[in-house]
Ligand binder design. Structure first.
Ligand SMILES: [Fe+2]
Length: 368
């Protein structure tokens, strides 16, 4: 019988609710506010801290930041003086972890060692699909009390989340490496076809990355910009050699065909799993801030930010590189041209990032 459906049942659990006005009081449905028992308050506090920990952990990739977050949370929740988090995201074998932390062979992935006078420790392993990815070791509680089963459960809950996060980061890294090799293969294809612009794709990737470092965007956005920079002209694979390699200026019809490389690049790259967003960036790298670009004539912020970055990186490289029809100009001359085009061809905000990145771009050109 489902007791919840029988209000007359004497065994029905009395409903309680948390009083939002006070963290340490509860109100029963039929009585005055009562003080929450200390043990319950402590558990609620632990749950709150674990909830915050989960949310924060999801945002982190940097090993040192993850280590600091775990150590801080364990210290706060368990009241331990020392917390160490040992892990290697790339490769950590279970055997290595055991030997490093002197976990005995055959022991479980939890170790609790309580001593009479302080010096106690509690260690748990964080697991991923390939085995132990990390060990969290807390030692020496501030009040010198021994670690108990509740402490172990809390530490294990943290370790489960840490293991999942490290596993995700590992898989994301693997996917990125696959994507990177796909990108390098595609970029090599256009380099082979267009000998006049040898090295152009790689340099645009470098310049776009340098600009992106001066924009208020996440690291993953910066990485997408770098990769899109490398791939930006992949669609030129579909442009006939008589046009692509033509030493003189192009006719109107030839320009029409050349302009198709943006949509062609989108078609090629959007077929690679995980590169859909990058495909969209390539599609719009010849749009202009004032709406006079192609293929769609997008204007202003309707153009993806990454495309606006690549537009400047692409132009900068074109200016400072020898072409069949003219000699290379200096980086300073390129800077003046790009400044003049701020607000018409280029996003003024990205031009500002370009100016900030200029010393690095200039150094890259000198090293070329
Ligand atoms: Fe292009």
């Amino acid at each position: 019988m489902d007791l919840r459906k029988n209000p007359k049942s004497p065994r029905r659990t009395r409903a309680v609710k948390i009083d939002r006005l006070s963290n340490d009081r509860i109100a029963s449905t039929d009585g005055a506010p009562k003080k929450i028992p200390t043990a319950l308050t402590e558990k609620l506090s632990v749950l709150n801290q674990l909830g915050s920990f989960s949310m924060e952990l999801l945002q982190l990739r940097d090993p040192e930041a993850i280590r600091t977050l775990v150590a801080r949370t364990v210290g706060a929740v368990l009241g331990s003086e020392n917390t160490h988090v040992f892990f290697s995201i790339e490769e950590t074998t279970e055997e290595a972890v055991r030997s490093i932390f002197m976990l005995p062979n055959g022991a479980s992935n939890t170790l609790v060692r309580n001593r009479v006078a302080g010096d106690a420790e509690c260690a748990v392993a964080a697991r991923g699909s390939t085995g132990v990815l990390a060990v969290i070791r807390a030692s020496d509680k501030i009040d010198w009390s021994p670690f108990n089963l509740d402490d172990v459960s809390i530490l294990e809950a943290i370790a489960v989340q840490l293991g999942l996060r490290l596993e995700n980061i590992r898989l994301e890294g693997k996917l990125l490496r696959h994507q990177e090799s796909s990108i390098q293969a595609l970029a090599a294809a256009i380099e082979v076809k267009d000998r006049y612009t040898s090295g152009h794709t790689k340099r645009v990737g470098i310049y776009a990355d340098a600009l992106a470092q001066h924009l208020p965007i996440s690291n993953s956005e910066k990485e997408k910009i770098r990769l899109a920079g490398v791939l930006h002209d992949i669609g030129k694979i579909g442009v006939p050699d008589r046009i692509l390699l033509k030493p003189g200026s192009l006719t109107g019809d030839e320009w029409d065909e050349m302009r198709l490389h943006t949509e062609a690049g989108f078609d090629i790259v959007s077929r690679v799993l995980g590169l859909e967003e990058i495909a969209e960036i390539l599609r719009h790298h010849h749009e202009r801030w004032d709406g006079t670009g192609y293929p769609r004539g997008l204007r202003g912020e309707a153009i993806p930010l990454a495309s606006r970055v690549i537009a400047i990186a692409d132009t900068f490289d074109a200016i400072v590189t020898d072409r069949p029809y003219r000699a290379a100009l200096s980086p300073a001359e390129a800077r003046e041209i790009i400044l003049l085009l701020a607000g018409t061809h280029f996003d003024p905000m990205v031009v500002t990032a370009f100016l900030e990145a200029f010393p690095r771009l200039e150094a890259c050109v000198s090293a070329k």
